[in-house]
Write a protein that binds this ligand. Structure first.
Ligand code: G6P
Length: 484
């Protein structure tokens, strides 16, 4: 089976395609790439999350780089993904690798790969890398004993939490935060956001209660993706005792995505989090600049940008595209509806830790509750009703499904005139009244994602129902005509 890069690096099922052999093959591919570009002296940084055997996989990878005479900084203990990007920048390494499958179920592991300066790998780089990795003959994969690598000084264990947190705290108004004495309920979902966020919260003199903070490679039986469903415990704890907490925060398996619950126990969708933060940066921090979002993210951001005289830049899904948008423009924030947010001046990668810091700063500086700020933004820009639906499919059906998507006709989905058709990632139609819908294949899971957003709840529901009906009908026709 091939090693394939998806939206967020390589992910596969442990023991099936995510094996020690393939980890070594992947590492050899990256090592070759570094050697070819003459950057071997710069070395690599490797981090790992709390998944099953993540440290062992990271050690196996380190041994390959060491055997290729590429020095390795192996981070300790487990770290959030943004920390690896940070070290890549700080230590000027040629690349950074994080052993994580992010928010995927526990049976997965994976590797996120970043280039020099912590930059996300572009499509060209990953395509080239993927091709070369899969061509490496087993006899060309070098390795050595891990312990020997350490003894010879080729592999160094390194704890970088302090530097990372110091940096995050330099980006946030800690004085205001300390005065506010916020009460926070935090759910790291058994993932690696825990050390960094807990330190930040304590340094900010918040009153903190943390749940799900032990090491559990099964993630308590949940998928470590912070959604309204998976965060039911935080929601119910906050609803049970209103007033006990100012905010609920959750981070995904590798601490790069954030979710938020307001003081009333209401789940705040990432679309709204990005909008609130952008609004806060423009209105209260008096920053100036555009915002970058992907095709699947709320158009409310376009309204905020327009209101302040800035642009909203649209990109395909995948943080490398958001990063590209951030570097091409004067954008001050970039984000995705899946909960990844980056802020100008920091990493060009999503970072739940800085996002949490900025959200808390927003509460401290405005002196308002999260609910009040949400109302302020709603009063000014209205509401967008947003819904995402996912269709699971077996791998053999993808091509047929692609064809079905290509045949979809927007006229049968919503009768209003289409103002824009966008095919940068799947297909997306926009209508005159601000309603839009998108259909695209996930790059991280075998799912077909459909997203509908509209200022009117009824329209949103009917567009979604029509779209579902079309896809269901198309699927059943294809089922009857072809066995896929
Ligand atoms: O919708 P998907 O292709 O599955 O991607 C969902 C998310 O997956 C990863 O976390 C990527 O880093 C994100 O950029 C992306 O938004």
């Amino acid at each position: 089976m091939m090693i394939r890069f998806g939206t967020g690096g390589w992910r596969d099922i442990i023991g099936e395609n995510f094996t020690f052999d393939n980890v070594r093959r992947f590492s050899q591919g990256v090592a070759n790439h570094i050697i070819e570009s003459g950057k071997e002296k710069q070395g690599v940084v490797i981090g790992y999350d709390n998944r099953f055997m993540a440290e062992d996989f990271a050690k196996a990878s380190s041994a390959v780089f060491a055997a290729n005479s590429i020095p390795v900084l192996l981070l300790t203990p487990s770290v959030p993904t943004p920390l690896v990007n940070f070290v890549t920048i700080e230590e000027k390494t040629a690349a950074g690798l994080t052993f994580t499958a992010s928010h995927n179920p526990y049976i997965y592991n994976g590797i996120k790969y970043v280039r020099e300066h912590g930059l996300p790998a572009t499509e060209e780089v990953t395509t080239e890398l993927q091709e070369s990795i899969n061509k490496i003959p087993t006899s060309h994969i070098k390795t050595m004993e891990y312990d020997l690598g350490e003894r010879e000084g080729l592999i160094k264990r390194l704890d970088y939490h302090d530097e990372f947190i110091t940096f995050i705290e330099s980006q946030v108004n800690m004085d205001k935060l300390k005065e506010a004495k916020l009460k926070v309920l935090y759910d790291p979902m058994f993932g690696t956001g825990v050390n960094a966020i807990s330190t930040l919260l304590v340094d900010a003199r918040c009153q903190v209660r943390t749940i799900h903070n032990s090491m559990d490679p099964l993630f308590g039986g949940r998928v470590p993706a912070p959604t309204e469903e998976t965060l039911w415990r935080v929601v119910s704890m906050m609803k049970e005792k209103p007033g006990d907490y100012d905010i609920g925060i959750a981070t995904d398996g590798d601490g790069d995505r954030i979710a938020v619950i307001d003081e009333n126990g209401e789940y705040v969708h990432p679309n709204e989090i990005i909008t609130l933060l952008y609004y806060y940066m423009l209105k209260y921090r008096k920053q100036k600049g555009a915002v970058v979002r992907n095709v699947s993210t709320t158009h409310l951001l376009d309204r905020v940008a327009e209101d302040f005289g800035f642009e909203c830049i649209e990109k395909p899904v995948g943080f490398k595209h958001i990063a590209e948008g951030m570097t091409q423009t004067d954008a001050i924030i970039g984000g995705e509806s899946s909960g990844g947010i980056t802020i100008k001046g920091h990493l060009l990668e999503k970072d739940a830790i800085l996002s949490a810091g900025l959200l808390l700063e927003m509460l401290a500086v405005t002196g308002k509750t999260l609910g009040q700020i949400r109302s302020e933004v709603k009063d000014r820009y209205g509401i967008r009703h947003y819904k995402e639906d996912n269709y699971a499919y077996s791998s053999g059906r993808k091509e047929d499904l692609k064809e079905l998507v290509n045949r979809l006709d927007p006229e049968f989905i919503y009768e209003a005139p289409v103002t824009k058709t966008n095919r940068m990632d799947g297909v997306k139609w926009e209508w005159e009244d601000g309603t839009w819908c998108g259909v695209r294949f996930s790059g991280t899971e075998p799912l077909l994602r459909i997203i509908v957003e509209s200022p009117e709840e009824e329209i949103q529901a009917s567009v979604l129902a029509n779209l579902r009906q079309k896809i269901d009908a198309a699927l059943s026709v294809s089922k009857n005509t072809k066995s896929v």
